[in-house]
Write a protein that binds this ligand. Sequence first.
Ligand code: ADP
Ligand code: SF4
Length: 691
Amino acid sequence: MARNPRYDVLFEPVKIGPVTARNRFYAVPHAAGMTNAMPQMRATFRATKAEGGWGVVCSGYVSIDPSADDSPLPFATLWDDDDVRSHALMTEAVHRHGALAGIELWHGGGSVMNRTSRTPPLSPSGISWMATHVGFMGNQRPKAMEREDIRALLDSQRQAARRARSAGFDIVYVYAGMGYLPYEFLLPEWNLRTDAYGGSVRNRVRVVRELLEVTHEAVGGRCAVALRISLEELRARASDSAASEAHEVVGLLADLPDLWDVKLDSSPTDCAPSRFAPEASHEAVIDFVKQLTAKPVVGVGRFTSPDTMVSQIRRGVLDLIGAARPSIADPFLPRKIDEGCEQDIRECIGCNICISSWHDGVPVRCTQNPTIGEEWRRGWHPERVPPAKDPAPVLVIGAGPAGLECALTLGRRGYEVSLAEAAAEAGGRLRFETRLPGLAAWGRVLDWRRGQLERLGNVTLYRGNHLSAEEVLQLCSAHVVIATGARWARMLYSPLELPVGTLAGAAVYTPDDIAAGARPSGPIIVYDFDNYYMGSVLAEYLARSGEQVSYVTPAGHASAWAIMSNEQPQVHRALDACGVRLLTLTRVTGFADGVARLAHQFTDAPTALECASLVIVGARFARDELYQALSSRGEELQAAGIRTLSRIGDALAPGAIVHAVYSGHRFARELDAAPATLLCRRDAPLARQAT
Ligand code: ADP
Ligand code: SF4
């Protein structure tokens, strides 16, 4: 199909210093969990974005010397010439698809602990990031930088920029954002200096200016020099000479960088979950930058709508449409717009599972795109699947995220697929969860798959079809795939941190009951030891319906795991805003006669709380009765011509939606694979030169 002329502006080339991007689609630097130890995976992952039409594809954060060591988090290095070859794999792969390659050179300053390099961290005045989350805590405080440390920093940036040029990068970054070293010079809380690098804005910006100057000098006009900067805090600060300190900083540096890459200051606001922030949420902070510089400006905002992108360009907010998450969820987003197939874009749902992968220290995962990070090691392409070797009929039972993804991928491979769903509509858990506060965008998991399935003539969805073992045997499919999901348990929680016992009673509920229409009466306790979104979102949902709600958890925070997905700070604000009382480090030990018995998780000190209804959000177990019933009838399966009987998604092992989608996709890819190909390729660092 032809491109909609309304979107032509997105495909105009943009000059960035000495290089030119073929269009306005800019895959910004983002953590992807692939260090120099995974050079092939990293190169193919980024090359796939280039193939998908992005004009620029950037690296993740790349440390310039051992005083910036973020271990155990996965960061890349450009510390010596051996590191050059690892990055060159990526630039060559990206260039083969006609995109420019950018590299985000990085120094973490007082936000890192240098756990492996064991050199003292550095910060402008010895201030350290003292986070509330244990993953970012440490006991090593930074050294206050002396003039010679600043000289060494500039030298490291200069050398890293030279190496970046040798590795073939087209755009080389100075990174002054997100609590890292150059940003620390910009903010007076970090920068208490009284020399030429502290005090006035002009002084505080000096390090950034000098970093830009040495980078320009090092790349010798062959690469563009980009400045990535966080502007949220600076914009909130008054200035004597400009509308804000952010205006003053941008005005002082104006045309020194070849490109401004503008963002917010902390991961939970910069990479905000859709539960709490809409598309284009950065605009109010960064909208002024283009008025103060003649150089192009790129920014992000979880852009998936081409109309929103065009609006950002037409209204003079941005020159380049930056994307991290939308480029993960759909590496082919630009090409789909170019080819008039924008309805095929697999839109990011803003769940931030991708971010959680970085916190976990593993290659990037995505709820919407199961192929991300698997391009090289499993050979999975986001848009192409291998044809079925033997396109025998497949029956998939359950049209939740796992069943839908499995049926879609099998269908694309050419299998004849019947997808049976007990409920009147497809969607599984999404049917309920997308109606909960802030989770509407998660419906894209269902919408995209439903839209794609409608175009396939070889996949038929049978709604309102609850299948029994008997009925499955009668259908005589060659392959039967059980995707019947999981159910929540009414179990409590022990001091050993394990689910135990079962709490009976008419006023004891699980999320399944509420999904099925039960309406608990107040006062309600939502008791959460699942620790992801369900407990807090249900508390919010019930409180908003007018009930008095307390949220009780043995963990230290509400939705404790959601620190990994950037949601936790906003979860606390949301619960507070709707009047939910919060009790942490607390177990529920019993519930009778309108009173819940509680105990402190560590001391066991007992308390009690008035409670008419208890909602337990804890353990989940597979809903696999159908699988068990069928697997006990081996001979009948054979007689019915059923060659394989399998489970996927929550029916195999309950998890988040990302796990279900991945499970369904992998099953469909590997249904006819020879056992040897089930193993994935293993990446390894490139051998170092002998010294
Ligand atoms: P997953 O996340 O693994 O996809 P879900 O719980 O979201 O799991 O979806 C499972 C789906 O399976 C639900 O929509 C449920 O209605 C459906 N289902 C469960 N048992 C049967 C059955 N026997 N026949 C048809 N559909 C079923
Ligand atoms: Fe978007 Fe979620 Fe995928 Fe991240 S994991 S890219 S937020 S859909």
